[in-house]
Design a protein around this ligand. Sequence first.
Ligand SMILES: [Zn+2]
Length: 312
Amino acid sequence: MTTAAALLLVAVGCSALGDDTGGARTGTTGTTDTAAPRVVVTTNILGDVVGELVGDQAEVVTLMPPGADPHSVEISAREAADLREADLVVANGLGLEEGLRQHVDSAAAAGVPVVEAGDLIEPLAYAEGDAEGEPDPHFWTDPARVLDVVDGLEHELATQVDGLDAGALEAAAASYRQQLVQLDADLEASFGAIPAERRALVTNHHVFGYLAERYGFRVVGAVLPSGTTLAAPSASDLAGLTEAIEEAGVATIFADASQPDRLVQVLADEADVEVDVVALHTESLSAPGGGAETYLEMMRSNGQLIATGLSP
Ligand SMILES: [Zn+2]
């Protein structure tokens, strides 16, 4: 995916009003004459979190556009230059942003402080699939991990970025922490209503390892073997899907909105089982008005769709 027009500025005015009008997320990469420090963030999920912490005290530039796949996102030469000129770079790490790795490394080599969220948490390893045993980068599906990231980021912002008001940063972090704690409690309550035997997640991509650990779900293998073509799901693809559905004991599959879910739908249509495909925003925030404009909104929306999809 190319990202020519993709620099999203989440900056001035994006305060903790809790009003998602979208009006605060405007602007382009155009230069501003502000002397505010500049924080460049790779993923839009972390861009939102950093924006919550710094408020209007810093310019937050998010490299990944809404709806993008973080595994494959690439940036322009100008965006790469932005990275090297940042006051701080915040990345997800744990192997998520494969397309940005070299640019983050070259920013670090140029002396820019780089914080990787993956270093601020206790990571899990993938439990299955091709990447079994390797660190799983999708920590944000567990709000408790995001709390750890907020703690770490607050410290990094306070110590690495000049010109931030310490009191304001502390207050913003405290307020956001409270919202994360509330999110966690609300998810716990809504997932708690799903009968234990139905707490099984079938996805097109392994995104829910952390969520599963936190809230007691089983992760049933992702249904999409790589190399399957949309036109012709093979007999073994269909058998794999049917098996996953039967193993899960539920007929709802969750597909990520940033990845092609048509394939899952084709498989679902051809498989000899009744199956619903529910699209979630799991890897990337949505565009304004898309239902997952902020991390909190994304998690609440997913929580509701999962609870509804798995309930009898
Ligand atoms: Zn992913």
